[in-house]
Design a protein around this ligand. Structure first.
Ligand SMILES: CSC[C@H]1O[C@H](OP(=O)(O)O)[C@H](O)[C@@H]1O
Length: 362
């Protein structure tokens, strides 16, 4: 049953598959410019993921799945074993674009497994048939994400009561997913039900996903959003303006530790200090039961220029040493609850996650 999207149709979607072609919204140009680029090659898709033209764990998983289709669409004349070798090569290539969000690896592994199952079962005996099956699988991953987002929205919306102040960090919105977002899904659902609340959006240095994307998305939706710099979060909490924090995540470990945009750990510590609930919205596609704890989650280190420049303008001395980890890990004991499509999960996370999402050997 198709449901009316709860976000403005005017809000462009991050990823579109149309008539056998992949189109990606270039999020590096937002909010000033809405540029949608047709992806002609798998290298173009790789670069789009690497440069955060498409970003956000679910969105890069969906883009990776379609990117594999872009890579294979002119390989359908090959024998199936050669086609599968091409699939493996390009899946490994796309998977190397960014390491932290598990969704990219998850989506590519799902595509591999679907092709292997089709070959083993005799469902596909040619590369042409394999390609058609892969496109259908990528479309399924995309469409399923819409349902996951809506599920998080329905489960998270009751947490949002009249007059609340909610802090967000980075962008875990429509632009990071297929439609409603993860952390923004409860916001959109509560707003559609007439609940009035305030959002404080952390700008989120160095790439300003909060300022450029979350503030823009929520403003377009008519939600009361106020932009703050990252170093204002503590003051807003001290002033009693923040009643809840909702963030997204790029990978949840089996014990409930969460990797998310750099700065999230600081927000979680502040929330604990001020006695403010700290929720993480995460779809099942972001839960990595093979990852025992946050200690093993790979943290992407990005280019120094993202820190030493503001656009084209240098903002630091030439040659200065820089660190630029794009994510950090918040320990599960700082997490009030995980908002999933299956419900809100609270501690002890390890047992509940295993019950709901299976163990690493399942
Ligand atoms: C719904 S996943 C959103 C998640 O991804 C963002 O990272 P990036 O912008 O680098 O892709 C950020 O960690 C968000 O919480």
């Amino acid at each position: 049953m198709t449901q009316t999207p709860l976000i403005a149709d005017s809000l462009p979607r991050a990823v579109t598959w149309q008539d056998g072609n992949l189109y990606l919204l270039d999020q590096t140009r937002l909010p000033q410019e809405t540029l949608i680029e047709k992806q002609e090659t798998v290298e173009q898709v790789f670069e789009a993921i690497r440069m955060l033209k498409v970003r956000g764990a679910p969105a890069i998983g969906v883009a990776g799945a379609y990117g594999l289709c872009v890579a294979l669409r002119d390989k359908t004349a090959l024998p199936t074993d050669a086609f599968m070798a091409e699939l493996e090569k390009h899946a490994a290539y796309l998977d190397s674009a960014r390491p932290t969000a598990v969704n990219l690896s998850w989506a590519l592994q799902r595509m591999r497994q679907r092709a292997e199952a089709a070959l083993t079962s005799g469902e596909a005996e040619t590369a042409v048939r394999l390609y058609d099956i892969l496109v259908r699988e990528a479309v399924s991953i995309h469409e399923e994400d819409k349902g996951l987002c809506r599920g998080m929205g329905e489960n998270g919306a009751p947490l949002i009561t009249e007059g609340m102040g909610i802090l967000t960090h980075c962008n875990a919105g429509s632009l990071a997913t297929s439609e409603l977002g993860t952390a923004t899904a409860p916001l959109y659902v509560a707003h559609s039900r007439g609940v009035s609340f305030r959002v404080y959006a952390d700008e989120t240095r160095p790439l300003l996903q909060g300022a450029r994307l979350t503030a823009w998305e929520l403003q377009q939706a008519g939600i009361d959003v106020t932009l703050i710099t990252d170093n204002m979060a503590a003051h807003m909490m001290a002033e009693g303006l923040v009643d809840m924090v909702i963030v997204g995540t790029d990978r949840v470990a089996a014990n409930g530790d969460v990797a998310n945009k750099i700065g999230t750990l600081g927000v979680a510590i502040l929330a604990r200090h001020f006695g403010i609930p700290f929720y993480v919205a995460c779809p099942s596609s972001t839960i990595d039961m093979a990852m025992e704890s946050g200690k093993g989650i790979p943290i992407e280190e990005r280019d120094a220029a993202e820190v030493t420049r503001f656009g084209a303008r240098p903002t630091a001395p030439d040659g200065i040493q820089v660190r630029n980890p794009a994510f950090d890990v918040t320990p599960h004991d700082l997490v009030t609850g995980l908002i999933t499509e299956k419900g809100i999960i609270t501690a002890p996370y390890d047992r509940t996650l295993k019950t709901l999402f299976g163990g690493k050997d399942d």
